[in-house]
Design a binder for this molecule. Structure first.
Ligand code: OGA
Ligand code: NI
Length: 356
């Protein structure tokens, strides 16, 4: 989700602009993008379908129980699923896809009118830059606080194309509705009161990260988005164009995700893992880039409210299963999440773990 710039002083290149000149040159990709992690060279499992959950079947009393079992299985064993029949009008999705695509086509100066400001997390720029020596991701992004509506800082909301703001507003309302519905079914799966998970997300805080992955002639040497888990309750990921790149860590292997047309890719975030006392798992994931096609994705992050103390829900802490995580204020959790970011992956979750 958000990023911070503590410790970094060198300017970070705009990757879209860099790619435009570099892809046509004969030069090697700049060293700061060349990944040296062992996991980058690992083989990736292709053609593996992640679970498909049908919201229509969840809502239909005839099929609800059966689909709820599928949902529970996906949340426990995959931490990821694709959601179909989610009921978001096609027009809302087409509009947001079109306007996001148009935004990235604007000249650099026009996009930079919405650039991140020092110390801030919103706006257009690059994510996760903490130090001048870290490896950089091959991507640009913009990040916006979207809900509650009072949290919006319109300085960062583009007025180009003209329908951009309205498209995001409508998309936000629809995805908030879908997320609320999912959280009710997840509560049911865990034997909780229906509104129990939503109570933690009072006002349904939502933020959006849109990522633009330019093509990269040396795609195998770079990463679009470093391995991470989402510091959220749930994330709804929309593929803005039909280029794949998302990979999830499943049973020690990277698995490429090839979503169905029109589906959301839903991921369980760290906060839901903790609330569920480890019943649901947040799974590490990353994005790779394409050698000659751009890729755009839009992640809608659903978060707890700021004053939440993140801890396993008491209903799920039983004699047989004690609390598996320490409690921590959500703001402190975010600090820990970013502080351990460069160690990668789940080190913030390990720090919270009470197992063994
Ligand atoms: C994210 C994310 C994946 C993608 O934004 O948190 O995991 O495919 N995005 O862009
Ligand atoms: Ni993510």
């Amino acid at each position: 989700m958000a990023h911070a710039k503590a410790g970094a002083s060198l300017p970070v290149p705009n990757v879209q602009a860099l790619a435009q000149t570099w892809n046509g040159s004969g030069e090697e990709v700049p060293e700061r993008y060349v990944r040296t992690e062992e996991s980058v060279a690992e083989e990736v499992v292709a053609g593996c379908e992640i679970p498909v959950i049908d919201l229509g079947r969840l809502l239909d009393p005839q099929s609800s129980e059966e689909e709820l079992a599928n949902l529970g299985f996906a949340c426990q064993h995959w931490g990821f699923f694709q959601l179909i029949n989610h009921g978001v009008p096609e027009e809302v999705i087409l509009n947001v896809k079109r306007d996001i695509t148009e935004f990235f086509k604007l000249p650099l100066e026009a996009k930079e009118a919405y650039a991140q400001v020092p110390g801030g997390i919103e706006g257009y720029g690059q994510a996760f830059v903490f130090s001048d020596t870290q490896k950089l991701d091959w991507a640009d992004m913009f990040y916006l606080m979207v809900r509650p509506t009072e949290s919006r800082d319109m300085r960062f909301w583009s007025t180009q194309p003209p329908s951009f703001r309205d498209s995001i507003d409508r998309y936000s309302a629809e995805t908030a509705r879908v997320a609320a519905s999912l959280l009710r079914f997840m509560a049911a799966d865990m034997g909780l009161e229906p509104e129990r998970l939503l109570e933690v997300c009072r006002g349904q805080p939502q933020s959006m990260r849109v990522t633009y992955y330019p093509p990269c002639r040396q795609a195998g040497d770079v990463l679009g988005l470093s391995p991470h888990t989402d510091a959220t309750v749930v994330t709804l990921l929309l593929h803005v164009n039909d280029v794949q790149g998302l990979q999830i860590r499943k049973d020690g292997k990277w698995v490429a995700v090839d979503p169905l047309d029109g589906a959301f890719v839903v991921s369980i975030g760290d906060i839901l893992e903790i609330l569920s006392n480890g019943r649901y798992r947040s799974i590490e994931h990353r994005a790779v880039v394409h050698p000659n096609k751009e890729r755009i994705s839009a992640a809608m992050f659903h978060q707890p409210c700021q004053d939440t103390t993140v801890s396993p829900l008491p209903e799920l802490v039983t004699d047989g299963c004690g609390a598996r995580y320490k409690s921590m204020g959500y703001m402190d959790f975010l600090k820990l999440f970013f502080a351990t970011k460069l160690d990668g992956r789940r080190s913030h979750m390990d720090a919270l773990s009470l197992r063994n």
